[in-house]
Ligand binder design. Sequence first.
Ligand code: ADP
Ligand code: MG
Length: 476
Amino acid sequence: MEKAQKLWNDCLSVIKDNVSPRSFQTWFEPIKPVKLKSKILTLQVPSQFFYEWVEEHYVELLKKTIQKELGPQGKLEYSVVVDNHHSNQKPFTVKLPTTDKKSIKNSAVAMPIDLNQQTPIRNPFIIPGLKKVNVDSQLNPNYAIENFVEGDCNRLARSAGYAVANKPGGTAFNPLLIYGGVGLGKTHLANAIGIEIKKNHPNKTVLYVSSEKFTHQFIDSVKNNTQNDFIHFYQMIDVLIIDDVQFFAGKEKTQDVFFHIFNHLHQNGSQLVLTSDKPPVELQGMEQRLLSRFKWGLSADLQAPDLETRIAVLNKKMYQDGIDLPKDVVEYLAYSITTNIRELEGALISLIAQSSLNKKSITLDLAKQMIDKFVKNTAREVSIDYIQKVVCDYFNLPLELMKSKTRKREVVQARQIAMYFSKQLTKSSLATIGAHCGGKDHATVLHACRTVNNLIDTDKRFRIYISDIEKKINLS
Ligand code: ADP
Ligand code: MG
């Protein structure tokens, strides 16, 4: 038991460096090491869902880490706590051997994923009789084009991707360079293009590789004196997808070899798809001749997702995972997380995980707590102006009326509600609030707050107004 704990602590410190703090908190902190026996570490996880998630997303990392700590014979077993709500049974455990199939599959392909830095990498390019068809394309099947939600933010890149997928090498979009900030879908789209090409043109050799991996392979080939194999391998690819080319910046030798491969492929009508976190002009440390090649084709950007796209992404993800969340929760997520689709997904996952771990159903309150904890580090304060706008929208009143001195009944009530929320949700003084709402004094604001409180206690319909408006304000 102690041995297991110690080993797991060592593993955790490695894992921590390899996943985001949020993933670590969500997926690794809840794991308990139960025993370590003949190089098999048994971990207890809180649910079947949890187990599946960890296996699906972190199997490589776990394997790598365990083998680093225990040597190549290191193995992992899971024990899932099964909690039966309807009976008083105690939790019991089932043993599930880790699905080794996945990793075996990955290490048998032409380009093995290096699980263990200590063992020398089998050079992928000197496999005798390597035929084109043997190249594993390294595409991630989860990143299908059907799963890539279309929106204003990505329309150009997406349709260029489609065009390329239909006629790889046969459009003006060669290379196709997809650029955009982190978490906006570059890797997803690049994979989607590859998957479509494989579907439309089964005979074409497609290869997805990160520029980091490309660089490492190149360095190894230099070390092993197999540079020619390396170059030949890449030159026989029909569709080469290189992710995050900004990583090449400052790496002259790698750029040089890539330049030659690029030219060869381009001349032979092979398709190149590149992604980058910056537009070509801003790629510093990149050779001019390479940059000018990038500009031969099309550079299409992915922008921050608009609200509709964010909601659509959440809906799609929920549909895929067979989860159903209340509409207000989905909207809250989409309103709160605006810059990055990866974060949006992360928040959704954390939310589901939280609710499955705590066995609570997902409510707006839970969503807010979670978002505050995981995502929003700085609580934003809503402004009086914003509150007024929401209230006016709700009652369908022009904003000028609220700010005017009119004493029309419906305006007075809306104004009182705005004052009430301003008092509750902002740090403004009564006088400031009054000044914003038709030049009233602090006593009027105080009176408004009391009136609203009274009505909440006594008038059912009014109570509904207030809770509706409150929701809308919180969605800001
Ligand atoms: P990048 O490579 O630009 O950093 P990724 O391609 O890794 O971003 O995308 C981050 C996450 O967001 C992935 O899980 C991806 O599936 C998802 N994603 C990005 N764009 C979309 C989209 N348009 N529709 C659906 N999911 C998306
Ligand atoms: Mg990426």
